[in-house]
Design a protein around this ligand. Structure first.
Ligand SMILES: C[S@@+](CC[C@H](N)C(=O)[O-])C[C@H]1O[C@@H](n2cnc3c(N)ncnc32)[C@H](O)[C@@H]1O
Length: 258
């Protein structure tokens, strides 16, 4: 099992990483779609298992850092099975709106069924969309979250610009994503866990170890804290800060549209 990425060929603009493998750029959406089609039905259970439930805490911090209020419009982008949407729906109330947008129909369906079962439907819209080309008006949302979604997007810079466009002036973007652990010792233990346990759990529970190997690899390929901060600033976001959680395994980046 390889734990190092293929050598990057920066000259080759037509290739992009899919985990540690370089693939033609135009193939990435389909490859990512296959991953989430395969994991959708067991996504929530696997999230709890793989993170020992800690993802709930990371998401709680995200909600608390959003400053979302009653009556506001929120975009939960790459929202998948709708964990953040459920919380935002209760906060914004009947006069607010939460849009759960995701590129993957299977993930959206699992999310919609779950939220309806919880009695949440009045103020939620579901939109199948690519983060790179958001089908919303300029300056529309008070807040945008993208939680564990950005690393799957082919053109992250384009997606960040698209988020900036649909955010209202004064609004904030929160990017919750796996990042770079702060301590070497943590890094080693984390590597061991990610590259052995995740594919094994995937194999035993979803009968798909490849998707969970992609998960581990895509985390290593994602820009680190400082690089993502720069990318957000380049896309137009101001006052960008980040907050490490669980020793930097996850980071929450926050930026504003002035
Ligand atoms: C790891 S899941 C995260 C789901 C949810 N936000 C959470 O935190 O549990 C990643 C999601 O990103 C979605 N996704 C991947 N590429 C996307 C894109 N280009 N545009 C929108 N959503 C995308 C996937 O379909 C998947 O539902």
């Amino acid at each position: 099992m390889s734990q190092t990425p293929d050598k990057r060929d920066d000259q080759n603009q037509d290739k992009i990483d899919f985990g540690f493998t370089q693939i033609p750029k135009q193939d990435k959406v389909k490859r990512v779609e296959n991953v989430f089609n395969s994991v959708a039905s067991k996504y929530d259970m696997m999230n709890d298992l793989m993170s020992f439930g800690i993802h709930r805490l990371w998401k709680k911090v995200t909600i608390e850092s959003s400053s979302v209020r009653k009556g506001q419009k929120v975009l939960d982008l790459a929202g998948g099975t709708g964990d953040l949407t459920a919380k935002f729906s209760k906060i914004v109330g009947d006069n607010g709106l939460v849009v759960l947008a995701d590129i993957n129909a299977a993930m959206l369906k699992v999310g919609r069924d779950k939220l309806r079962d919880e009695g949440l439907f009045k103020n939620i819209d579901y939109v199948q969309a690519n983060a790179e080309e958001l089908p919303f008006a300029d300056n529309y949302f008070d807040c945008i979250t993208i939680s564990f979604g950005l690393r799957n997007v082919t053109d992250k810079a384009k997606a960040l610009r698209s988020m900036w466009r649909v955010l209202k002036p004064g609004g904030r973007l929160l990017v919750l994503e796996f990042s770079k652990p702060e301590y070497k010792i943590l890094n080693k233990a984390y590597d061991l866990y990610s590259f052995t346990m995740l594919p094994l759990m995937g194999k035993l529970i979803v009968h798909d170890s490849d998707s969970y190997r992609y998960l581990a690899e895509s985390i290593r390929m994602h820009p680190d804290q400082k690089t993502l901060k720069k990318m957000m600033e380049t896309a137009g976001f101001a006052d960008v800060t980040y907050h490490n959680m669980t020793g930097g395994i996850v980071a929450l980046h926050i930026g504003f549209k002035l």
